[in-house]
Design a protein around this ligand. Structure first.
Ligand code: MV4
Length: 489
């Protein structure tokens, strides 16, 4: 492989190109008009504008991207995450053009894109699954009898679903018909596929996922877990590896289950198998993501592997150069997704200009970003602007390292999730490791934020009074105007 086109933008495009360059492979960027001045465009050896800002007119134009690749001697396409990364048709079109898709085959992508097909595929492998159905629900009578046998509460899920769309909790039979109708219509309009199925609802789950790697020679292994429970509206905000919860025994079992899931679809490349885990450490297979995930850096930090390098080597047909026994966990890693969102306003998108942008630096601090000071944050794409990743000897040291990095990181001009990161790093539930997917909704609300901010507000007030006092000559502030209301005497 001599030249790789990255069909993506932002931090992931840059991150993939950095590894390609290090491996002596030429890089090609594609970009929309909104990304003309983006770092990924300047970093690439060659770059091509593929259309206007909206993704549907640029980053999602698979045929156009493939044409550019063919015309320019590209022999590998890396899709990153999002956009075309889990589009089986795109995988096939890339291969039909005689170009290597750096990722799994279309079969694995297609099967795992359907939750019902995924359940069907893993059937023979003894994978723990939440009690439920593995066929699409046909009518309300069938739904009633299934719900009765599983027991309420149940969860209705869309087979084509993702990100929680089309999901409905049903707590009693009286609600079943209405929720079923809603789930089907939501799934139909969102995915063009109204197939839904039923599972027992796991009330307070943790979201734990296993990274796997599989070569084209039948070797499949796992790179341990990532804990992803700190999320809101199905968007992860903080991830870590390893999980504070897993024992070596459960870790090995989950790892083996993930390897079996991958084998059930002859998986090749890097992939992620998602599980729900309950308070008793029972775990259940949820779905498999057939791409490199946003949060892959925490796995890289604890294993010392470069997952993009592994993806490229696998795509070139190389054998994995290590076995399961060769892998171990070193230290602890935490990632904070830096979104251009206002955490104090229910995580509303916050676009604008990055008037000040000073990244943190230091040992054990890694920043994967795709913007620079002075750039505008476009409204057209995912609001994630960076991933702040730390690595230290143990979990407590990683938390300290994250706080140290947050202290240094300066972003002005837009609101970001940096203050949210600080909140979590100080929160007792996070520090003790006793939290689940309800962390944000349970602990992060107006009252708790104000409580936390109170001492800082007081300190800021005292500081400003102190500064005025100290500089009063230069400021020409008449002494009598600086009252001493703060003084106890
Ligand atoms: C569940 C569940 C509880 N019980 N399935 C959410 C997105 C989709 N990937 C699966 N999801 C869930 N499936 C059963 N049987 C709870 C969730 C869920 C969730 C899962 C992972 C991370 C965050 C979540 C937030 C809410 C619900």
């Amino acid at each position: 492989m001599k030249k790789i086109l990255v069909a993506n933008r932002g931090e992931i495009a840059l991150r993939v190109m950095r590894t390609a360059k290090r491996m002596g492979i030429k890089t090609v960027a594609v970009y929309s008009e909104a990304d003309r001045h983006a770092p990924h465009v300047r970093f690439a050896d060659e770059a091509f504008c593929i259309g206007p800002a909206p993704s549907s007119e640029s980053y999602l134009l698979g045929d156009k991207i493939i044409r550019i690749a063919k015309e320019n001697g590209v022999d590998g396409i890396h899709p990153g995450y999002g956009f075309l990364s889990e589009n089986a048709g795109f995988v096939e079109a890339v291969q039909a053009a005689g170009i290597t898709f750096i990722g799994p085959d279309s079969h694995a992508v297609r099967v795992m894109g359907s939750k019902l097909a995924a359940k069907e595929a893993v059937k023979d492998f003894d994978i723990p699954m939440v009690p439920g159905t593995d066929k699409a629900i046909q009518d309300i009578e069938e739904a009633k009898s299934i719900a009765a046998s599983i027991g309420f509460p149940i969860l209705i899920k869309a087979s084509a679903g993702g990100g929680g769309k089309g999901m409905r909790v049903v707590r009693e039979e009286g609600e079943l018909q209405e929720q079923l109708e809603r789930a089907v219509s939501e799934a139909t309009s969102a995915f063009g596929d109204g197939s839904v199925f039923i599972e027992k609802f796991v009330e307070n789950p943790r979201h734990i996922e296993i990274q796997i790697l599989a070569d084209k020679h039948g070797n499949t292994l796992h790179l341990f877990e990532r804990e992803c429970s700190v999320q809101r509206r199905h968007q992860k905000v903080i991830e870590e590896a390893p999980s504070a919860l897993l024992t070596d025994e459960v870790r090995a079992k989950m790892g083996q289950a993930a390897v079996d899931v991958a084998k059930s679809v002859d998986y090749v490349g890097a992939g992620t198998v998602e599980f729900l885990a309950d308070d008793d450490l029972n775990f259940y297979f949820l779905e498999m993501n057939t791409r490199l995930q946003v949060e892959h850096p925490v796995t890289e930090m604890i294993t010392g592997l470069d997952l993009v390098e592994q993806q490229i080597k696998i795509a070139r047909g190389e054998k994995l150069s290590f076995a399961q026994e060769d892998l171990s966990i070193t230290g602890h890693s935490i990632e904070l997704r830096v979104y251009a969102e206002d955490p104090h306003e229910n995580f509303m998108p916050s676009t604008g200009n990055l008037s000040v942008y000073i990244p943190p630096v230091g040992e054990g601090i890694r920043l994967d970003d795709g913007y620079e000071q002075g750039m505008d944050i476009p409204v057209y794409y995912d609001p994630m602007i960076a991933k702040l990743v730390v690595h230290a000897d143990n979990r407590a040291a990683a938390v300290d390292k994250m706080l140290e990095a947050l202290e240094q990181y300066r972003i002005e001009g837009i609101k970001t999730t940096l203050p949210f990161g600080r909140f979590v790093m100080h929160h007792e539930a996070f520090l003790s490791g006793k939290f689940n997917t309800h962390f944000v909704s349970k602990y992060y609300n107006k009252e708790t934020i104000q409580e936390l901010a109170a001492p800082f507000a007081e300190a800021a007030a005292l500081l400003s009074v102190h500064l005025v006092e100290k500089n009063k000559d230069a400021l020409k502030v008449p002494v009598q105007q600086t009252s001493d209301w703060w003084s106890k005497s």
